[in-house]
Design a binder for this molecule. Structure first.
Ligand code: XLS
Ligand code: NI
Ligand code: NI
Length: 435
């Protein structure tokens, strides 16, 4: 035990009446929501990077946090793992997620980096079996080191492609060994700074090959988890190829991966792409590729991926509505890809930030479930499209009518459609009843 959290105790559910800042008022892991435990719906994960690797810097100033595990050697990395599992224990969150670079210092060679990763994985394996905490997903950091500045799989240098492939392999091996339920690829450098130096078609082919290599290796080693890509339009690259959910789906189809790979959708990334989070979820669900979520939110004034802990119940409620309609998150989960503000330097702030996220999600989930159980909303949607159930409408939809046949019927039957209200304000009032 480190003494980092200085006497803080495991956060418990105390019910809506509690005034303790260190209690759950809404997240009650065992409470049944639509026939399933809340914990099993939400599948919360703590993101190692924001909570333990990020030091509170911004473009104008460096580290604001003062943590005893900051340092570039394995001893510090072991202390970091110790404290990370203490946080998981305090929160009772069932999962965590990490990049290789978050958990071990990089070695001077690929072999040394891999050895260090495996040493930390040994510690994780032991702690996971002692505590019951599980790995939601592992991933490789293919964006921080300067070797990736012009891309990882999309680099003009095939040696960088090879190095990236080797690094992904090492991370897939560790994820598999630790029983990870997914493996994530996020391409922060898979894009460009200027089109002037970029052969876009060549880079897409490289990225498609890499993802196929990943899928082939998954089957080779018998990894049962889901392979996920994480859309984001920009930041750090000016333009990223995994721009949004629809762009990713086109990419997956082009390279024959639409039945093998799903999406990890992040709130802040949806906003950067000019969408809402629920748009991205609804799109992914409609195409059968909704995999997992990275839960945070952006500051709407700054227009940057600020990764705040979620704090807006109505936004989160609409997200979980789409997730519940999708039959849940399956192998995915709710990963807090969220960080403290840089002035929140106290150890207890790490706990309070996660409580904020957990409680917001719990309230959102319950609101979404109540909306579904009430049924008015789903009935509204069904009614809006009900005329498509007629025999003639179905014949049009199924391709049994040609354009000229449809035109002939419109003329013969004197069809002159009457506009119908979209009822947006009625629906917004309806949603307010549940949030
Ligand atoms: C960055 C991404 C990153 C991925 C994992 O914006 O959200 O944190 O989730 O590489
Ligand atoms: Ni992000
Ligand atoms: Ni993310």
């Amino acid at each position: 035990m480190s003494d980092f959290f200085k006497g803080l105790e495991k956060v418990k559910y105390e019910g809506p009446g509690s005034t303790s800042p260190f209690a759950f008022r809404h997240y009650n892991p065992d409470e049944m929501v639509m026939g399933k435990r809340m914990e099993d719906h939400l599948r919360f994960a703590v993101a190692y990077w924001h909570s333990f690797a990020w030091e509170g810097g911004d473009p104008f100033g460096g580290r604001t946090f003062d943590r005893p595990w900051y340092g570039d050697d394995m001893e510090h990395a072991r202390l970091k793992a110790e404290v990370a599992f203490e946080l998981f224990g305090l929160l009772g969150t069932p999962y965590f997620c990490f990049h290789d670079a978050d958990v071990r210092p990089e070695g001077s060679t690929y072999a040394e980096s891999t050895k260090r990763l495996n040493e930390i994985a040994d510690i994780f394996e032991k702690k996971m079996s002692e505590t019951g905490v599980k790995l939601l997903w592992g991933t490789a950091n293919l964006f921080s080191n300067r070797r990736y500045m012009a891309g990882a799989s999309t680099n003009p240098d095939p040696d960088v492609f090879a190095y990236s492939a080797a690094t992904i392999k090492a991370n897939m091996d560790v994820t598999h060994r630790l029983g990870g339920e997914n493996y994530v690829l996020w391409g922060g450098r898979e894009g460009y700074e200027t089109l002037l130096n970029t052969n876009m078609g060549q880079e897409f082919d490289q990225m498609g090959r890499m993802l196929n290599l990943v899928v082939e290796y998954k089957h080779k080693i018998g990894f049962k988890g889901t392979i996920l890509v994480e859309p984001k339009p920009q930041e750090p690259s000016k333009h990223q190829y995994d721009f949004d959910a629809a762009t990713c789906f086109a990419f997956l189809q082009k390279y024959g991966l639409e039945n093998e790979v799903k999406l990890n959708i992040e709130v802040g990334h949806a906003f950067l792409a000019g969408h809402t989070f629920e748009h991205e979820l609804a799109y992914a669900a409609s195409q059968g590729i909704l995999g997992s979520i990275d839960m945070n939110r952006n500051d709407l004034q700054s227009g940057w991926d600020t990764d705040h802990f979620p704090n807006m119940v109505p936004e989160v409620a609409l997200a979980y509505y789409h997730i519940l309609k999708n039959g849940g998150l399956h192998t995915g989960g709710t990963n807090f890809d969220a960080k403290l503000r840089r002035q929140s330097i106290d150890p207890e702030d790490l706990v309070l930030g996660h409580i904020l996220g957990i409680e917001t999600c719990a309230r959102g989930l319950k609101a979404a479930a109540a909306l579904i159980e009430d049924g008015t909303y789903d009935q509204f949607l069904a009614d809006r499209y009900a005329d498509w159930n007629s025999a003639e409408a179905q014949a049009m939809l199924k391709g049994e009518r040609s354009l000229d046949e449809i035109a002939a019927r419109v003329e013969r039957d004197h069809i002159e459609p009457e506009p119908r209200s979209g009822k947006q304000e009625y629906l917004e009032n309806l949603i307010n009843r549940f949030c």
